[in-house]
Design a protein around this ligand. Structure first.
Ligand code: BTN
Length: 243
């Protein structure tokens, strides 16, 4: 079956996101860059993403024909539901931690990092990267700012990288036409069904300030709704954790 996406594989890169940003002009929409190892894998909040060959690392090139109407802000959530579905197919029970981490139990199995590409001050495209923990041991994760887990640590057979990546991309592009038309609304039902912390108390840290309250869900644009002591507030960014 001919695919509507193309995968470009490298043995090693500094970072698939960094490569995608450098080469963006020459890369086609729907290309995906993947590398077995990254020497400077990067995460959110300027964190390092350890990438010593035990995970799946990839970056999707997003170059919409009409960027002004494209829901860039929710791309990470589209990828989160796609990765979650792919991991569920191999027997895991993953949940999504708003906005786009994938957890198994309380530990992170996948992180997602989107970076915008701007032209003349407007967003023209994005590179959408994800790292999935495949076969690390607890000792190999070492000290991290959050608990992490791999597929192997969960006692599941680790799928071949290319097979897992292809499945994720098929799930991603299967949802893509609806997402282009409706934005977050196209995936909000699925996103909410697998929303970790829904109905629980959570603390959101944004720019060093913490807001605490009951996690009510997400609004129609995918923003987090937190019911705080001073009323319901919505957030478009931040780090959410259980209280
Ligand atoms: C996070 O902090 O949770 C986001 C981690 C994103 C890591 C992936 S691995 C592939 C791509 N290339 C990078 O340098 N980062 C992303």
């Amino acid at each position: 079956m001919a695919e509507i996406f193309k995968i470009l594989e490298f043995p090693e890169l500094d970072s698939t996101n960094a490569y995608a940003l450098r080469e963006f002009g020459g890369l086609a929409d729907r290309s995906t860059i993947t590398a077995l190892r990254q020497t400077s894998g990067r995460g959110r909040l300027n964190r390092v993403w350890l990438s010593e060959g035990k995970g799946l690392y990839f970056t999707i090139i997003v170059k919409p024909a009409c960027p002004d109407k494209f829901p860039f802000a929710n791309l990470t959530q589209l990828l989160a539901v796609s990765v979650r579905a792919a991991l569920a197919e191999i027997g895991l029970e993953p949940l999504i931690k708003w906005p786009n981490d994938i957890l198994c139990g309380d530990a992170k199995i996948c992180g997602i990092l989107a970076e915008a590409v701007t032209e003349s001050g407007r967003v023209a495209g994005a590179v959408l990267g994800a790292g999935i923990n495949l076969c690390q041991t607890a000792a190999e994760f070492g000290e991290l700012p959050y608990p992490a887990v791999s597929i192997a640590m969960l006692g599941r057979p680790v799928p071949p990288r290319e097979q897992l990546l292809t499945r994720i991309l098929r799930l991603f592009y299967g949802r893509y036409p609806g997402f282009e038309r409706q934005g977050f609304a196209a995936v909000s039902g699925e996103y909410t069904r697998y929303f970790s912390l829904l109905g629980s108390r959570g603390a959101l840290v944004l720019d060093g300030r913490e807001s605490e309250g009951k996690v009510e869900g997400v609004d129609k644009n995918g923003r987090l709704i937190l019911n705080t002591a001073s009323g319901a507030r919505s957030f478009s960014a931040g780090d959410l954790s259980p209280v």
